[in-house]
Design a protein around this ligand. Structure first.
Ligand SMILES: Cc1ncc(COP(=O)(O)O)c(C=O)c1O
Length: 367
């Protein structure tokens, strides 16, 4: 087995702390604990012995996660180190069944990379000319009786667009007919700039695994807290696999996670949406003034747009990096001619980053 590089994560890991402005980030400006914690919270943290946490997540934390979903109990939840571990375990466990793994693309590309290394990956494209929805004919062609799973990011990274009800139903029906799993990565759910929370796939059929965590909608990636929700017997299997990866999350994340999903939750979600709404007009102006083409993102602090120049996206991203701003090339999502930029940072950082990017675009347009 040869696991291909996770291009976007490698790119970010290599450069994110070496540029003046990071517009490759997909979450909002993270919070410091001091902005959240009261005296009582602090006392509880100081009292917490730093032993191993319950390896599936404490009962209280799993209950707090379960409350986010309809008809979900702590037995349906495994707590993980970020949603990336949740995705890893969900992919590993479902792949115990032979058969192709369908990935709705573009997406975060983690599941795609893993499935490729097992020689099982089948792409199912989202089409920009269909507002980043799948073509029903292509769904039928990609998903068949042997299909192991359909993996998607919902709302989508990199586009920030959610599936329409019609697309959602189409994928569900295809999965049910094939007796395939739906692996729905919902880490951007709750970070809607406009409208209601994106409908979850949870309980939409009996073969659904939902992964998520605190990194995006809650603005707390440094806590490294994620989860996977699934049928209770399957969660037992995921828990056993967890013994091979990180065993457990860190104890403080378990303690703080309960607060995040309890008393702090509304404040955090409100803050995330407020940042998105505050920064969006700045981004929109940038897109308009540069004649870029996009479907405006609905959720997450990300935007994905097409540029008019005949330059490979990696070259553009390299030039931007040399100018001091990190962005993600569309090539990392198998979408040449596109770029992804995040807009969830402090206003000054966003303005500075877009200014640097503007100078690169001006050069390319004038060349
Ligand atoms: C769709 C998606 N899933 C998972 C992750 C990883 O998140 P975490 O920090 O929770 O591991 C990301 C990070 O960008 C993401 O975009």
């Amino acid at each position: 087995m040869k696991i291909p590089p996770f291009e976007m994560e490698r790119w970010q890991s290599t450069w994110e702390h070496r540029v003046a402005v990071n517009l490759a980030e997909s979450g909002v400006e993270p919070l410091a604990l001091g902005e959240l914690m009261g005296e009582d919270d602090l006392r509880e943290v100081l009292r917490t012995p730093l032993g191993y946490a319950a390896t599936q997540g404490s009962e209280a934390l799993r209950q707090a996660v379960a409350r986010l979903y309809p008809d979900c109990g702590p037995e349906n939840v495994l707590v993980t180190t970020g949603s990336s571990e949740a995705n890893f375990l969900a992919t590993l466990a479902t792949a115990e069944r032979e058969g192709p793994f369908v990935a709705v693309l573009p997406n975060y590309m983690q599941v795609w990379g893993l499935a490729r290394s097992w020689g099982k990956a089948v792409p199912l494209p989202l089409r920009e000319n269909r507002m980043w929805q799948p073509d029903p004919e292509e769904v039928k062609a990609a998903v068949g009786p042997g299909t192991t799973a359909i993996a998607l990011s919902h709302p989508n990274n990199p586009t920030g667009v959610a599936l329409t009800e019609e697309s959602r139903r189409g994928l569900l029906e295809a999965a049910e007919d094939a007796r395939a799993w739906i692996l729905s990565d919902e880490v951007y759910r709750g970070a809607e700039r406009v409208g209601e929370a994106t409908p979850t796939f949870w309980r939409a059929s009996d073969k659904v695994l939902v992964t998520s965590g605190l990194s995006k909608a809650y603005g707390l990636p440094g806590l490294r807290l994620g989860w996977v929700c699934g049928p209770a017997d399957f969660v037992e299997r995921l828990w056993a696999l967890h013994d091979y990866t990180t065993i457990t999350i860190n104890k403080l994340a378990d303690v703080l996670g309960r607060q995040v999903l309890g008393p702090w939750r509304e404040k955090l979600l409100h803050r995330t949406r407020a940042i998105l709404r505050r920064n969006f007009p700045v981004l929109e102006t940038f897109i308009r003034e540069n004649d870029l083409t996009w479907v405006p993102p609905q959720a997450g602090a990300i935007s994905f747009f097409r540029y008019p120049w005949q330059v490979p996206s990696l070259d553009l991203a390299d030039r931007a990096r040399e100018a001091g701003v990190l962005i993600v090339p569309g090539a990392h999502f198998r979408e040449e001619g596109y770029l992804r930029i995040g807009y969830g940072m402090e206003e000054e950082a966003l303005a500075e980053g877009l200014g640097l990017l503007q100078s690169v675009f001006d050069q390319v347009a004038g060349a």
